[in-house]
Design a protein around this ligand. Sequence first.
Ligand SMILES: *[C@@H]1O[C@H](CO)[C@@H](O)[C@H](O)[C@H]1NC(C)=O
Ligand SMILES: *[C@@H]1O[C@H](CO)[C@@H](O)[C@H](O)[C@H]1NC(C)=O
Ligand SMILES: *[C@@H]1O[C@H](CO)[C@@H](O)[C@H](O)[C@H]1NC(C)=O
Length: 382
Amino acid sequence: MESSTIVLVLCSLLWTVCAQVPVVSVEPRAVGIRQGETVSFRCRVVGGSQPVHLEWKILNKSQLAAENVKIGPDGSVLTIANARISNQGQYRCVATNSAGRSTVTTTLTIKYSPKVQVTPAGPLHVRVGEPMSLECSATGKPRPTITWQRNGTPLVTTATEDNNTMQVAAVGPEHAGAWVCQAQNSEGMAEVKVEVIVDGDRGVGMAPTALVSTAELTAVAGETVNMRCQANGSPPPVISWSKLRAPLPWQHTVEGGVLTLRGLGRQDSGQYICNATNIHGYSEAYTQLEVDSPPYTTILPDQMRLRPGDSLRLQCLAHGSHPISFHWTRVGRATMPAGAETTKDGQLLIGRVKLVDSGTYRCTATNHVGSSDAMAKVTVKA
Ligand SMILES: *[C@@H]1O[C@H](CO)[C@@H](O)[C@H](O)[C@H]1NC(C)=O
Ligand SMILES: *[C@@H]1O[C@H](CO)[C@@H](O)[C@H](O)[C@H]1NC(C)=O
Ligand SMILES: *[C@@H]1O[C@H](CO)[C@@H](O)[C@H](O)[C@H]1NC(C)=O
């Protein structure tokens, strides 16, 4: 007997000893599909002793139990219809015969477009000078690439496999605005925009600058005026109003930087000061208020005793809104003495007085609001 014949005979007698374990292959070995698609894996016996029992197994138990996973009548074909992400994983075909067991594994990946998340989510408030860190993570198959962008320009950042962290050591005003994290794979692209708001702080604030709406303001006695003051600065300054060398008028109010004065009198004329203050300093701005009123007239001196031939000099004075014009007359007489001179600034001059120049002289001061008089008595005696 040939040796081969002997082996055959022995194998027939000792069937279990000579039987060979199954040899199986699976098609495809790995596959990536989109959600909703269908895939079939076929496990094929390519060797070993018959009969072979085929069975599909999964390391993750919940996957085979899914109702969209079906196994054909002979156990060789596994079909996943309308695939979802939870179907993802490794599927194993187990082949068993009398000689033993062998397995072959296939991998299913479900491709899906990225989903992005940024931590912390915006809007994010950061103070000038402080560090800022935004972590962007994304899911998706194939694994998406994650990039940070600003105004459409990709940034150099610390990226790992699953996430990408954008870090700024010390935030400046230029970091304010939108930051965009973008994740992209073959299935699509997703992005999240984070609004960053940079708040000023002690370190990099700005001293105030105060600005008044009008540097000069004119009103008529009895009226109401508003003086407006605006100031920029960081942090926003506090605005206060005061009056130069005097308290604010009794009837005043300040609201939102606006000073209101009611029932104005001539004494309310003057310089008003807006003071804008923050931790970095202060700034002052001025409004000059002129309250128009009729002239209040006096004459210096209001009495004069002279001898004939003396010179006469009377000064008419008027408080009130300018311009003020002066007019001299003589009470009870139609004309002024011959040789009398008047000046624009309110003086009455007579070079050499005569006895007949005795009398009462009247100065009338006039402005656009009204006029008023004052008298001076002149006595000329030998
Ligand atoms: C197992 O399956 C569940 C549900 O399908 C899934 O959420 C989980 O990630 C899977 N685990 C592994 C290790 O694949
Ligand atoms: C980001 O990646 C790092 C390093 O891989 C990891 O330690 C961290 O937990 C990840 N964060 C998130 C939210 O995935
Ligand atoms: C304005 O405020 C500053 C700071 O409080 C102060 O030093 C300054 O005297 C104020 N000016 C006026 C005119 O009140």
